[in-house]
Design a protein around this ligand. Structure first.
Ligand code: SAM
Length: 244
């Protein structure tokens, strides 16, 4: 069954509307027609299933037959704090983190990241579109919250409850990530910070440790930032029983 995203689904409504890019995709690319079954999710955990009841100029009306909530969500609330990466790597990380069940993503700046203009704090729709496409493809009904880009020290302060990990490669003082996860209360929240292409400075690590972050290694090789994010999230979700 094809899935579509729509921000305005009212719980209990008998019909929902698919419009904009989603309607264009439904009509021009998928060539769906009246009577075809579809699912529509709102990105906040609600999804309705039903059939196309009408195809209008610019939108489709779906008659609702069933409802699901929070399908395929991870029991563990995982927050990814990612050093701002160059070019379209942020979209790649958003796509993979969404597939891996992450609840929130924050890109942060340090002395070693690309500068970001004020207007580009969440890269407008590009980052949200990456999350929508990934959620649509993997079956999630909830989009990860993508918060505006902030400086590392501010991001660390906002990292919430639960275990806080900072990925540190090379010879710096670390413990294996699996040892740090052993102390995690089942289903507790986890924040994991991954450095940018240029890595964390000693000051960055010191600020993080002061904020309660544990420096962990995910193995002997130096991984690209985006690889490290995927590897760490996979280890965390496997340990949580989300990936198995
Ligand atoms: N210092 C690295 C170098 O010499 O190329 C650059 C940083 S690495 C490309 C990007 C980030 O990935 C690091 O800051 C760290 O957060 C994470 N990372 C890469 N390999 C890792 C490993 N084996 N263990 C823990 N973190 C790792």
């Amino acid at each position: 069954m094809r899935r579509f995203f729509s921000e305005d689904i009212t719980a209990g409504a008998e019909a929902v509307r698919i419009s904009g890019d989603e309607f264009t995709h439904l009509k021009r690319v998928l060539r769906l027609k009246q009577g075809d079954p579809v699912a529509v999710f709102d990105g906040k955990g609600l999804e309705v299933t039903g059939r196309i009841a009408a195809m209008e100029a610019g939108y489709a009306i779906v008659s609702v037959e069933g409802t699901t909530t929070n399908r395929l969500e991870s029991k563990r609330r995982v927050r990814l704090l990612q050093g701002l990466l160059k070019s379209d790597k942020p979209e790649f990380v958003i796509q993979k983190a969404t597939e891996l069940g992450v609840a929130a993503i924050t890109f942060f700046t340090t002395s070693r990241t690309v500068p970001i203009s004020n207007g580009a704090k969440t890269k407008g729709t590009r980052w949200k579109k990456a999350a929508i496409e990934a959620a649509k493809q993997c079956g999630r009904t909830r989009l990860p919250e993508i918060t505006p880009v902030a400086a590392l020290k501010d991001t660390l302060k906002e990292s919430g409850e639960g275990i806080k990990l900072i990925l540190r490669e090379g010879e710096g003082k670390t413990i294996p990530i699996k040892d740090a996860l052993k102390n995690a209360v089942p289903d507790s929240a986890i924040a994991v910070a991954v450095g940018p292409e240029g890595g964390f400075s000693a000051e960055d690590i010191a600020i993080a440790e002061k904020a309660g972050f544990i420096a962990v290694s995910i193995g002997p090789r130096i991984l690209r930032a985006e690889t490290a994010a995927i590897a760490a999230l996979s280890i965390i979700q496997c340990e949580a029983g989300d990936l198995q």
